[in-house]
Design a protein around this ligand. Structure first.
Ligand SMILES: CC(C)(COP(=O)(O)OP(=O)(O)OC[C@H]1O[C@@H](n2cnc3c(N)ncnc32)[C@H](O)[C@@H]1OP(=O)(O)O)[C@@H](O)C(=O)NCCC(=O)NCCS
Length: 192
């Protein structure tokens, strides 16, 4: 049963060494709003500044697109109990990255608090969701798309997990990454 405050409308809970992933709640948008006012954070995730002030309603609009096409999670730090970010395992919605007859997913992710960047949290989250997507959802290809070409952290994250650039978009301003099932399984085998 879906509780009234369960914005994500799924009941999947996952856990990594230091983090929990749980369905995104309506109240999580209130926690997110102040972080979306930080220019450094906004610059990391948006190609250009938002055309209206970031409010709860603004974030909910984007959140609805994600939850209607995938699994939207809040990222919770176990040690502090704080909700520190959002991540969505989302069915591919960009035509350029779709492949007829294949199951392809993308993964928008944001750790809101920049003091927590670079501690391995992003990698922990993505490893967990890649395992879920390939293992449980049976995807053929995992493709984080629309990564700003100047987002060093995001690029380092995808590369560190064995993903490669599939294409450049928007005159080289955006990068699409990918890893196929065969590449994922090969990497998983060689790490055991
Ligand atoms: C992008 C983001 C999810 C990455 O998560 P993170 O927790 O900061 O990254 P991690 O600490 O897990 O690092 C992952 C890899 O990138 C490397 N890395 C992290 N920060 C780096 C930096 N500033 N420069 C170079 N490499 C970096 C790490 O060394 C690690 O590689 P390794 O395991 O081979 O050592 C996070 O920084 C974030 O949410 N940023 C703001 C929102 C954003 O940019 N979202 C993505 C939009 S496309």
């Amino acid at each position: 049963m879906i509780q009234p405050d369960n914005f994500a409308c799924h009941n999947i809970h996952m856990e990594t060494e230091r983090l929990k992933l749980r369905p995104f709640k309506d109240g999580d948008f209130d926690i997110a709003v102040p972080f979306y006012k930080d220019p450094e954070f906004l610059n990391a995730i948006e190609e250009s500044p938002p055309d209206e002030p970031v409010s709860k309603e603004y974030l909910k609009k984007a959140g609805k697109f994600m939850r209607d096409s995938g699994f939207l999670f809040a990222i919770v730090e176990k040690a502090s109990g704080r909700t520190i970010g959002e991540v969505c395992l989302q069915w591919m919605n960009l035509e350029r990255a779709k492949i007829a007859g294949k199951k392809v997913m993308r993964l928008p992710i944001a750790i809101w608090d920049k003091t927590l960047w670079g501690k391995g949290y992003g990698k922990e989250v993505v490893r967990c969701l890649m395992a879920h997507a390939f293992g449980k959802l049976g995807i053929d290809r995992f493709c984080p798309v629309d990564v700003p070409a100047d987002n060093i952290r995001s690029i380092a994250l995808w590369r560190s997990l064995g993903l490669t650039v599939a294409r450049k978009a928007d005159g080289g301003k955006m990068l699409d990454f990918e890893i196929t099932r065969a590449e994922y399984e090969k990497a998983a085998q060689s790490s055991t």
